[in-house]
Design a protein. Structure first.
Length: 193
């Protein structure tokens, strides 16, 4: 069955989270390098990134998503897929404000904050398919994390695409049943759309 919709994880797939984490480090009074190092260690051990605040003994600051934080290949890829007639979505374990950063470039958005459910829950991926308006096997899900994106997308019956960027994208090895890309420029060819 052909892919009719492509859904992206918002963070590290479309938005470069570096500026977000740097802002959070500054707001928490933690050196940026220290915060990034702890995040890398958590990623390498397969632990939740939210533990960073506990480990550093700092209070989690409010989110501060940068408005211009797209990867260079993100908006062109979204435009290309939409021009090809695919439904394009962006979702993630993010605050609602992240939805607003990508809304104008996609057909639908979703966040764990608004939906009240987080990845890797099966219900999150069922909601993704419903929002896309297609059967799971007609939906490609693109993400950087194997544990939160790729494996649960495959379990939901979706086409899973692992993008190798961000700490998790470089540290996690996806299953052979998932497509692998380094940039979003490769996506149309890999999916055959």
């Amino acid at each position: 069955m052909a892919v009719r919709a492509v859904v992206f994880d918002i963070g590290e797939t479309l938005l470069d989270e570096t500026a977000l984490w740097e802002s959070a480090a500054d707001a928490a009074g933690v050196p940026r390098f220290t915060l990034m190092g702890v995040l890398g260690g958590l990623a390498a051990r397969g632990e939740a990134h939210s533990r960073v605040w506990e480990i550093l003994g700092a209070e989690r600051p409010p989110s501060a998503w940068p408005g211009d934080g797209f990867y260079a290949d993100a908006v062109p890829a979204l435009q290309e897929l939409r021009a090809r007639g695919l439904v394009v979505g962006a979702v993630g374990n993010t605050p609602v404000e992240a939805e607003e950063l990508v809304r104008e470039h996609v057909d639908f958005v979703g966040s764990s904050a608004r939906w009240g459910i987080e990845k890797p829950a099966a219900e999150f991926f069922a909601r993704v398919a419903r929002e896309a308006g297609f059967a799971p096997e007609q939906v490609a899900y693109v993400g950087d994390r194997v544990d939160n994106d790729v494996v649960p997308a495959l379990a939901a019956g979706m086409v899973a695409v692992h993008i190798r960027r961000g700490p998790w994208g470089h540290l996690h090895e996806p299953p052979i049943t998932a497509y692998r890309i380094r940039t979003l420029d490769e996506l149309s060819q890999v999916l055959g759309v």
